[in-house]
Design a protein around this ligand. Structure first.
Ligand code: NAD
Length: 408
């Protein structure tokens, strides 16, 4: 049990959507009583039923007994408003990804909760400092970034705001341990550790579609390397429409060449697994991704329409660009102090992004190649493909000193 002033005994979760449900289960399964708020009572009712069903499923599978399932459910209580949760030690907010909405909720909670309570957001991308600024306790505000489905995925990114107190981080790490998570502390930047690296990797895979590759080829190469899932299968699972709608709402990014295939798929209602079609085809009730030649034809049409002269892109180039994009961004994250160590970055990739365990994570993989070699390969890509491949300063420095990321 934590010896910090922040002894987290009772929690509340705001939001009963996809993430709220998983987070509530993480807390209740760890023995922590949790109060649950959503401004949509019907959503809360459905969410509670869904959590009960997960418990019943676990009993049927023999993972837990009925007494344990009952004990978990007994720890969950719905609450009508914020006043009802004013005595908790921790609130985890998981409402829509909207800064103004989150700030409003944090401001209101700050006025009601006891002074030592901690306020956390499950935001995937918003600025934790901007959320903390809505309160008079920014030292007790942080990000607790769970991954979907939250009760299953091991990774917890603990996002440190500029003012988050060390004792608050300790309390969050302690909580992570109690929930059986692999916790990694990340600095507050766009995408934190995992999604910031993912963005560079995803951009590269989308560029390759336009230059000459096809989605199933890219996925086959990455799955061959050992990734649990290639990027296009991942888009189908997450839903291609999420980013499409976000770009539409923000009014930026919709014209970028790299998202034109996504845009055409969404205009056709091909949102991914949930709509039966996306980058792949899915038979009713099946999650098996089937190669769809109409998508290949669409990729060709889009890239040729944008004026690309398509060329053969081999497996080696696909792997090189994807892995080096991860490594170079990982190095920037390390040199900026967003991650405390290369090992932390590897933990994020192994536990949240399906990087093959046998390869140790992207930074360990780079160390195995040798950083002098990685540096040369990045320089070669920079010459061939442009500035965005410029090696991170840290790679040049470590390579010159004959060191590895693990030595940093
Ligand atoms: P969701 O749309 O499934 O659920 C959001 C819930 O918030 C809904 O039940 C809604 O009724 C409720 N809500 C909205 N306004 C509210 C208010 N004012 N007060 C109380 N409840 C309110 O969303 P989600 O996918 O669970 O995402 C929640 C957060 O988690 C977002 O910030 C998202 O970026 C982040 N996140 C999502 C994922 C993911 O894979 N879905 C992963 C990591 C982080």
């Amino acid at each position: 049990m934590s010896q910090t002033p922040f002894n987290l005994q009772r929690a509340a979760v705001i939001g009963a959507g996809t993430m709220g449900r998983g987070i509530v289960m993480c807390l209740a399964n760890a023995g922590i009583p949790v109060q649950w708020v959503d401004n949509n009572p019907q959503m809360l009712e459905q969410a509670l039923a869904a959590v009960a069903e997960t418990g019943a499923h676990n009993v049927r599978q023999g993972r837990i007994d009925q007494a344990e399932a009952d004990a978990r459910m007994a720890r969950i209580e719905t609450a009508a408003d914020y006043l009802a949760i004013r005595n908790v030690d921790l609130v985890i907010e998981a409402v829509y990804e909207n800064l103004e909405l989150k700030q409003k909720i944090f401001r209101e909670l700050d006025g009601l909760l006891k002074p030592e309570a901690i306020l956390a957001s499950n935001t995937s991308a918003l600025d934790i400092d901007a959320i903390a600024a809505a309160t008079r306790r920014p030292q007790q505000v942080l990000g607790l970034h769970f991954f979907s489905p939250a009760h299953i995925m091991k990774l917890l990114e603990i996002v440190r705001g500029a003012q988050t107190a060390p004792a608050v981080l300790d309390a969050a790490l302690d909580l992570g341990k109690r929930m059986g998570k692999v916790s990694v502390v990340a600095g507050n930047c766009d995408g934190f550790i995992g999604n910031r690296m993912l963005n560079t990797y995803v951009l590269e895979t989308r560029k390759m579609l336009l230059e000459g590759a096809l989605p199933y080829q890219v996925d086959a190469v990455l799955q061959g390397f050992g990734f649990a899932m290639g990027p296009f299968r991942m888009f189908d699972v997450v839903g291609i429409d999420l980013q499409w709608r976000a770009r539409e709402l923000a009014g930026v990014g919709q014209d970028a060449p790299e998202v034109q295939v996504d845009n055409r798929l969404c205009e056709m209602g091909r949102f991914g697994q949930k709509s039966g079609n996306g980058y792949y085809h899915y038979e009713v009730g099946s999650r098996e991704a089937e190669h769809d030649v109409t998508v290949d034809a669409l990729v060709l049409r889009v890239s040729e329409g944008l004026g690309f002269q398509r060329r053969e892109i081999g497996a080696e180039e696909i792997l090189e660009r994807c892995l080096l994009a991860l490594v170079n961004e990982g190095a920037k994250i390390l040199q900026e102090g967003v991650a405390a160590s290369a090992h932390d970055i590897d933990l994020v990739y192994l536990n949240g992004y399906g990087f093959p365990a046998a390869k140790g994570g992207p930074m360990a993989w780079a160390d195995q190649q040798g950083l002098a070699d990685i540096h040369q390969r990045l320089l070669a890509l920079e010459t061939r493909q442009g500035d965005h491949w410029q090696p991170a300063r840290l790679i040049g420095e470590l390579a010159a000193a004959g060191k590895a990321f693990a030595d940093h």
